[in-house]
Write a new protein. Sequence first.
Length: 205
Amino acid sequence: MAAILAKKLGMTQVFLEDGRVERVTVLEAGPCPVTGIRTHERDGYEAVQLAFGATKEKALTKPEIGHLKKAGAPPMRHLREFRDEAGELQVGDVVTVDAFTPGDKVKISGTSKGKGFAGTIKRHNFASGPKSHGSHNIRKPGSIGASATPSRVFKGIRGPGQMGNERVTQRGLEVVQVMAGENVLLVRGAVPGPRGGTVEVRTDG
């Protein structure tokens, strides 16, 4: 098992040795210093805490600065815990892209692009109404419940509202290339979030 924090740089394509073209997402992954280890005896669960994203001290609070200095890490913007990924890691170690190899299956978690307020057709893929013969029900959601019984709308009914800007995990992705010198991972397929967004990369399985 391996885990690392990364920044999404965008998408491109690479040509493989057999001539096939691969559409890949470029991730700037690590280096991530280990800033904490959680154990069953002390914390009730096992996890490793990684830091990512160099920043200035003035952008952090005093407790954050003290926590990073105690672990021997420079000022970092992001801290994330990965459950059951500690292995033999210790505070002060650094996780790099070398933890991954081409062909590894990974799952990547991030915050999806926010799309604002959206209707049911865009948000939930509802079908539209008839578009001819004087119809006034083209993009409306339709009935959301009976009137007399139960005299209310059940919880969980899909409707219009905020779309996107939520945590998404994309599984079944594959590492195509590891560029250790540039701290870059090339992953087949699309990754949640906008360019510049921070994502969590874990081996899947």
